[in-house]
Design a protein around this ligand. Sequence first.
Ligand SMILES: [Cu+2]
Length: 135
Amino acid sequence: MQRLGMKQVARPGWSIAVSIAIVSAILLASTALQAQHVNGSGKLVQASAATDAAPQVIIDNYAFSPVTLTVKVGTTVTWINHDDDAHTVDSTEGKFKSGTLNTGDKYEFRFTQAGEYPFYCRFHPKMTGKIVVQP
Ligand SMILES: [Cu+2]
């Protein structure tokens, strides 16, 4: 009689525990999804904030952004093609030349002398930009 009684008590307790576990798992999953969403938005902010630390020129929608970027001597500038079309980064004065940058491609150039470095896209010459290098 006691064993039966134990089983009858134990079973509802077990199913309640399982129910709590399932509900907790669902709550955790939805919280995790929400957290991922928040992190996704946060990354965008971090990416633009990181521009100061690692100077970047983004190529998108047939334009360089920023059009003019000012850096200190010794800085490496990275151009990143986020456009659907291929582009290039060509120094107007022949000081650097990226070659074809397809979507997602990057080009880096380290500026070791102060001055102004205008550049353009060989495929779309109306696309222009400038790196200003300060001493
Ligand atoms: Cu282009």
